[in-house]
Design a protein around this ligand. Sequence first.
Ligand code: HEM
Length: 494
Amino acid sequence: MTDFISPAWQQHASLLLGLAGLAIVAYVYSILSAPLAKIPGPWHSLFTGQLIKIYGLQGKRTRYVHSLHQKYGPVVRLSPREVDVTDLPSVKEIHAVKATYTKSPHFYHALRAPGTENVFSTTDVFFHRRHRKLLQGPFSESSLKTLQPIIEARVNMAIDRMAEEMKTRQVADVFKWWLFMATDVIGELTFGESFRMLELGKKNEYSLNLEQAAAVGAKRTAFPLLARLASAGLPIPGFGDSTRLIRNNEKFATESLQRYRKLVRENPDQPINTLFKKVFKGEQQEELTLRELIDSAQVYIIAGSDTTALALTYLVWQVCCSPEIRDRLVQELQQVPDEYHDDDLQHLAYLQQVIEETLRVYSPAPSALPRIVPQGGSTLAGQYLPGGAIVSTQAFSLHRNPDIFPDPDTFDPDRWAHPTKAMKDSMMPFGGGSRICMGLHLARIELRLGIARFFRAFPHAKVSTREGFSDQDMVQMLFFLGPPKGKRCLIECA
Ligand code: HEM
């Protein structure tokens, strides 16, 4: 064969082959000498993060990362640029009040509407500090007391609607009703009027939009560049819808807030009690612009609805799976007076234990919270990470350390009777440090009231097998949020 190729061409071919060989050697050398190369992890993560992206799209990333920790230890490499960490002191350093590890823009910017910035997705420390300072007052435990009648009314309505459904359908889909309740609560606390999903018994256009936008969140965070191009108006297949949905939500939030602000201005003596009351009344020293409020309102609705509904759903399901746990909880709840409020529930030890165990095993936000290693790099659990690397932590793994939570997959509220410091330190259902959940007190009020009202109304509640419902429906899908696979949770009263 070589007889047919001229010597000059043979020389060229050998030169090209030699150059290609050199390029490959240089590439492999650069990969192997990169700072993250020394971190334990699967071989392919040295070269690419595509596998982890695909797992992310399928809702399998979090369990895969957990399996890597079981194999490689507390710091594992996920891609040439990203590691995941479970070592507690390192997790505390990453999620500290002093925000040296900022949110990763690749991930969080893909979640926001194009051209906007908000308290949840911002990666700018100064923007975050200012917004958090201006927004967080109404979320404190004491300020929330004035909003409790609104929450109680919605919880009561949810229980009534479940009771009606149990009569007509023999089961109540508690996932549906908790979602309607949590969305109506946060809608009313944000816009001054409820979405009326509990009254209607079905989702409205806004919530359907929200649901779909959340579903494409995984795609947007896995392929942030495509998401950005789609947001800029380019026809990227599979991304057009998500951009349209985000814009629709923005339009709805704008109209609702403008309506609310108009009402406040027209009736200054009849303030509508919401999380924005002080801002609209001008009582705050430095007001947020309407644009900033719209962005915050959208975050509240997204962050405050599914999360709370998921915690309530998994709690009811797990407690109904175990008559012993249910009867103990019911017995404790019967101690409170007939006319009770959240204050009466806060000291109920077993209720707190059941809530804590639900947030541990079925964290509504179980997956990676990616952060950027500060300039100059850092050493976490003995491993050097260069500045700019992405370092993630996931509640799913932090809550399943068998040295801290023996038999970690078992739902056992008793483990919270005398929690160790390590148990408390490991719990991150609400994130941590400067970016800890702003709505955690609100969520806890909804959880306490929702659970107390539910088990007092339905003390014999049990998991249904009607309509083909099974444990398979409740397998948690681990995206950024962790919804049940079957998108339903059917409970009946014996
Ligand atoms: C059980 C219910 C809830 C859970 C498990 C939960 C979980 C979380 C987590 C894990 C974070 C941190 C995310 C990150 O670091 O990327 C977060 C942030 C946040 N959550 Fe929640 N959340 C819940 C309910 C709520 C509610 C009811 C609201 C009400 C508006 C809310 C508003 C927020 C906001 C505004 C942030 C951003 C805080 C910041 O970056 O400063 N959350 N939440």
